[in-house]
Design a binder for this molecule. Sequence first.
Ligand SMILES: C[S@@+](CC[C@H](N)C(=O)[O-])C[C@H]1O[C@@H](n2cnc3c(N)ncnc32)[C@H](O)[C@@H]1O
Length: 357
Amino acid sequence: MWLYPRRIYLNDPTDSDNEFYEIRAVTGKGYGCFALKDLKRGTRILSDRPILSLLNGDYLKADIEEAFEKMSAEEKELYWSLASANGQDPKTWPSQIHESVKGREVLRIKEQHDARVAKEPSLLSIFQNNCMEQGKGCAIFPHASRFNHSCSPNASFNWNSNIQQETIHIIHDVKKGDEITLSYCDMTHEKTLRAWELKHYGFTCDCLVCTSEEDDPEGFARQSIARRYRIKELDHMTSYLRGPNLELGVKEPEFVKQLLELAVLHMEIGDYSMRLAGIYVDLAMACEVAGDFAHGRDMAANALRIKRDCQGEDSPDYDKYKGILKRLNRKYKEKKAVEEQAAKEKAQDAGAAQEDI
Ligand SMILES: C[S@@+](CC[C@H](N)C(=O)[O-])C[C@H]1O[C@@H](n2cnc3c(N)ncnc32)[C@H](O)[C@@H]1O
């Protein structure tokens, strides 16, 4: 098995050097990644090292140029082979920057705009189109950059700081030949917002969620809109009661029901992400506060499974998730033992009472 690419490829984008997927040209999308075999949820298909990293997320053109100069000749060649979203129509972008935006941010916006509408690809236009988060900064990953977008993706990406690599995991079972996709935007957002988030990549998404018939009340698109709307509504209702405020949340009669509904909606739109894992963690904690350790451990087991499937057992905080499950398991067993002991004593008392009669 060769999960970690053994080399970076030289100006040949179709050389994936990976046993799980191959890279092929896709009409209208440049290249894309296609499964070489059936892949199960949770499979890590890639661990990728950055070729260019920036420590700050608010990078300027000069930061990229400086980092580029430090790269090897091979890496530079590879960088220029990545997709660029230049050549966009300036009329489709706002022509003014709001007066509340100041200093460095003004320069940043101008530089990025110029790179997008320029005729030729540039270091910046390529960076904008391919960069992924790396801790507090961002980076270019040679292999992870080849995955196309879908608003209902079958894989997810994550910077794993423990192993200092970008990982990609399958989040829905994939059939041999299927395209493997990531979501570049927040997939829980509604269509117009998603389109805005994707705008700088210079393409219009044609995935099933974006294109299916919206007029059909029973149709996939309508259901998808309704689900995403309800997710926003439930997020709004529950967010201030979650995490550190959970003890308050548990006192709200509808809170646990709302979190459960939120979990189901995320699964229905295919969002098996860390957000879903977070909902299950809160549900586990809420059950713990309420003394319902049986359901608590089920919720904690769901959270751990999603964490493992999206990020792997070597990801940061994996042990924290495991710890929650372990603690709830222990509390469940202790409570059960106390209940069984109480039941035994009650039965003995009843027996003794019988004998007295
Ligand atoms: C990170 S790159 C992905 C790999 C790229 N297709 C390539 O050939 O290297 C992002 C670019 O891929 C293309 N792309 C990604 N997802 C797409 C989609 N769903 N529809 C059309 N183009 C897409 C766009 O050109 C976008 O700017």
